[in-house]
Structure formats: structure tokens, C-alpha cells
Design a protein around this ligand. Structure first.
Ligand SMILES: CC(C)(COP(=O)(O)OP(=O)(O)OC[C@H]1O[C@@H](n2cnc3c(N)ncnc32)[C@H](O)[C@@H]1OP(=O)(O)O)[C@@H](O)C(=O)NCCC(=O)NCCS
Length: 314
């Protein structure tokens, strides 16, 4: 699945996916007065909104054509760290196949990686379980805040959901998926590894999958997966703070790293997972299936650092 900006010629197709007034209100709440609407009405609304330059319209597509539609907007342009998703809809003939969730995950990635958002919000009616579970599955959390809308002569409760890219709370297995650039540098410093500017650290973290274990809110064990979304996967920064070493944290992080990679493989995919072991730690990684280089089949793994001058005080 890919996403691209909405084009006027998409409008009729998007509107054709709305087969009832109920679905229409799930989709737009009260943002259009009357039902039904045409593609022209959608274009007219988007053209009116264009003057504000705070809303961006997208479609998701694959080799079979358009899959879905959504908007991303700034609810408050003075705070560009928060964006809001809206007008989410999937082709009615392709619903219930995981495509809605994949589209929302892609939209979240776009908002975080390209728009630099740290929070993404969305509203969903509690009588629309497909949308609610799709958003929760994509990583949104229920804020507990609700708003009542009058739709189809009924009172509908709209739940306010939030996705927080800097969320440090742990999942059911005790893992969290965010670490600040400052904490990341603290980890590297604690084990005597090279430091670099926070801006560079932030980029490294943003473009990788972070897996972290926290004790009383403070990160104590870390691992990162750097993946080109194809066959190349690199495991970086497996670090347990010295005080917590020898207590199983490293094994837990590596098990989670390996299961995350496996769970993200599509049928038929193969990936080559590599890492550089710290000296003397090879047997730790052998437990997870890693093979030493060189061997009869492959030569040494090789690397080099290319460095610009940097000191801790920078
Ligand atoms: C809401 C919508 C975008 C979701 O897309 P979708 O392709 O149907 O949803 P998915 O197939 O991706 O489902 C995602 C998850 O929600 C779960 N889910 C979907 N419908 C569900 C239901 N009725 N009850 C419980 N779970 C449900 C799925 O099982 C899946 O979970 P999983 O990943 O753990 O297996 C789509 O149904 C739609 O276009 N609806 C009409 C417009 C609309 O209501 N928009 C929402 C505006 S807020």
C-alpha cells in the first residue's frame, strides 16, 4: 500500500464508497449538512479549506486502484506537533481485510516522520466498532474524553483517541517503544560508546523501531531495529545499563527484537538480520541463531566510522 495526495478525479470514487446515511455520518459527522453528496461537493469543500493551508488530503492505493481516503490537519497551527486525522474511509468492497489498519499505520508514520508530529488525534463514534478497533489496533489510545453529536435523530457519542509517538507506557509484555534522544545518549555513554549530536540521535531513533524496558519509568534496557522494509535488517544498540546487567534484561530485549522482526514478515519474505557483537559477547547472540563471521561461506563483516569532530559539550 502507498499513499499520495488526493486528486480531484478521486472524488467520485471516494463518494461511491458511502452506501448509506449512517456510514456517511460515521465518516464526516456533521461536516456536510445534507446527504447524499457528490464528488463535486467534496471537491468544493476541499477547495474552500485550501485557503487555510492547514489540511492535507490523501488517498491510499495499490495495484488494484484506490483503497481509501483520509485527511491530516493541524487543529491549531500554532502547535505543529499535534495533527488530527479525519474523513477516514476504505473502499466498501475491501473493508474487513486489514487495509484500514494498514492505511492508518501509514498515515501515522507520515505524520510522525514527515510532518514531525509527536501527537496524532482522531474522533470516532462509539457505535462504529470497525473504526474504533481499527484505530486502537493501529496504536491509538482512548483518552476518555467524549463529545455528543446529533446524528440521524439520535445522540451519538464521539470518543477522542490519541496516538502519542513519545508514549513511554509499557504494553502487556512490559515493553515500551519510545526513548528520548537524551536517554539514548545516556545509554551509549553508560557503556562507553561514541556520542553524537542530539539531532543525529533523534533521526536515528525516528527511523528505527525502538524496544525498551523501563523500571519505575526510567529506561534500563534498549534495542533498536533498523529496517529498509525489504530484506536488510540491522540490530543496533542492544544495551542494558550496567546496574541492570546479568538479570535477564538483554535476553528479553533480544527475544522481543527477534519476534518483532518475525511478526512483520509477509508470506514468502526472507530477511537477512545482521548485527555487530561487542567483543566477547558473541555467544549471547549465538543463542538467538546468529552465526559468527568469517566462516566457510562468508568473509569478515566490515565497517568504518566516518566522523566529524564532536565533543560531549557540543
Ligand atoms: C472504519 C474503516 C476505515 C476500517 O477499515 P477496515 O478495512 O474495515 O478495517 P480493518 O480490516 O483494517 O480492521 C482493523 C482491525 O479492526 C478489527 N475490526 C474491524 N471491524 C471490527 C468490528 N466490527 N468489531 C471488532 N473488531 C473489528 C479487525 O479485526 C482488525 O483487527 P486486527 O488487526 O487485530 O485483526 C472502514 O470500515 C470504513 O471505511 N468504514 C466506513 C467509514 C467510517 O466509518 N469511517 C470512520 C470514520 S471515524
Amino acid at each position: 500500500m502507498n499513499i499520495r495526495p488526493f486528486k480531484k478525479c478521486d472524488a467520485d470514487t471516494i463518494i461511491s464508497w458511502i452506501k448509506s446515511e449512517r456510514i456517511f455520518r460515521y465518516w464526516c459527522a456533521d461536516r456536510f449538512e445534507s446527504y447524499p453528496i457528490t464528488g463535486k461537493d467534496l471537491i468544493a469543500q476541499y477547495e474552500d479549506l485550501a485557503f487555510n493551508d492547514d489540511i492535507f488530503h490523501f488517498v491510499a492505493y495499490d495495484d488494484q486502484g484506490l483503497i481509501g481516503h483520509f485527511n491530516i490537519r493541524y487543529p491549531d497551527k500554532k502547535d505543529m506537533s499535534t495533527v488530527r486525522l479525519g474523513y477516514v474511509i476504505v473502499d466498501d468492497s475491501r473493508r474487513g481485510q486489514g487495509l484500514g489498519k494498514e492505511m492508518i499505520v501509514t498515515a501515522l508514520r507520515y505524520a510522525v516522520e514527515y510532518m514531525n508530529a509527536s501527537k496524532v488525534t482522531i474522533g470516532v463514534f462509539d457505535n462504529n466498532p470497525s473504526a474504533l478497533y481499527c484505530y486502537l489496533g493501529a496504536g491509538f489510545k482512548d483518552t476518555g474524553v467524549t463529545e455528543t453529536y446529533s446524528c440521524l435523530g439520535e445522540d451519538w457519542t464521539c470518543k477522542e483517541l490519541i496516538y502519542d509517538a513519545c508514549d513511554i507506557s509499557a504494553d502487556a509484555e512490559g515493553f515500551s517503544y519510545y526513548i528520548s534522544p537524551e536517554d539514548y545518549m545516556m545509554f551509549r555513554d553508560a557503556v562507553g560508546w561514541g556520542l553524537f549530536p542530539l539531532e543525529e540521535a533523534e533521526k536515528s531513533l525516528r527511523d528505527s523501531i525502538v524496544i525498551c524496558i523501563r523500571e519505575e519509568g526510567k529506561p534500563v534496557a534498549l534495542g533498536r531495529i533498523v529496517w529498509d522494509h525489504g530484506y536488510v535488517v540491522y540490530i543496533a544498540d542492544i544495551i542494558v545499563l550496567p546496574k541492570y546487567q546479568g538479570q535477564g534484561y538483554g535476553r528479553r530485549i533480544m527475544e522481543k527484537v527477534m519476534s518483532t522482526i518475525r511478526n512483520n514478515l509477509k508470506p514468502g519474505y526472507s530477511v537477512m538480520v545482521s548485527l555487530s557483537s561487542a567483543k566477547g559477547k558473541e555467544s549471547f547472540y549465538e543463542k538467538f541463531g546468529f552465526i559468527n563471521r568469517p566462516n566457510d561461506d562468508v568473509g569478515h563483516g566490515m565497517f568504518q566510522w566516518i566522523k566529524e569532530p564532536f565533543t560531549k559539550e557540543d
